[in-house]
Design a protein around this ligand. Sequence first.
Ligand code: AMP
Length: 333
Amino acid sequence: MKTILTGIRPTGNLHIGHYFGAVKNWCKLQNDYNTFIEIADVQALTDNFNDPDKVRKNVREITIDLLSCGIKEDTTIFIQSMIHEIAELTVFYSNLVTISRLYRNPTIKTEIRQKQELFGNNGESVTYGFLGYPVSQAADITCFNGELIPVGEDQTPLIEQCREIVKKFNSIYGETLTMPEQLLTKTPRIKGLDGNEKMGKSLGNAIYLTDTTEDVTKKIMSAKTDTNKIKKDDPANPEVCMVYYYHKLLENKNIETVCNECKNGTRGCVACKKELIEKMEEFLTPIREKRKYYKENPEIVDNVLKEGTNKAKKQAEETMNKVKNSIKINYFE
Ligand code: AMP
């Protein structure tokens, strides 16, 4: 059985973009692969180093979200910071990557641009830790002999970076590390309520799995629709409407009617939004019920994390022994 490594940063609760863009797929993959899910708290600290409480709180919260979405209790969910070997590997790998190569990594380039838009172009937004996170991700992957890495297209450069490190390591020190491959996820980026290309925690355009009926109602009622539609019976273009987009995402069986009525002006936006609220509630209700169960039984959640971390630790120790032998720092052995 091949090993899959995937991860999530504990910086907030999961939203439906996470679910439809990643977690739904992980729920399927866990049945066919030896699946490791990393709660990437160390990586979360690279841009949340001044808010450790947020990261700490969200380690359990995100685990509850994952379990409520259908990740099984016996799937390996582990806490990154508790596996010291990842940090150690990162140090060794950092000799194998140039700084200019990291700056040229397209994912990093995009993220630097986003940071500069937020914080200004004073260079202080790019820390050594941030610039090096693809190196640390290579450590995450190789530490557990990750063979397949489920990613979206925008993360392809990170896997490419990891493969370069593995290739260089193996060519210098001898065949030691497993070469990972990406498992490209077909699901596109899930768009935000405001029509933004990405639903994101920091963009304020997300529906969270923890949202109440009231939150969901408020958010959907203010979702972006076709701005050319002024009156209830004006015909409109569903392709530019976020309400239609989420009807599709939730696989509304009524989708053709929604589309036709929108186009010919027999469907008002308010009625359409109300129908979407119903569908969203149908989707969220079972997740909320499972969330309630795990919230009331925190020892089960802690146990999942402890057992997952123990299993990950054993694998990490094995890899570390091999790596230390290869780079000849196994003194006294
Ligand atoms: P992050 O919150 O950045 O740690 O994301 C964890 C996983 O969820 C990654 O695989 C992301 O690509 C995925 N993800 C986050 N937001 C979205 C979105 N709006 N659409 C699709 N996938 C997403």
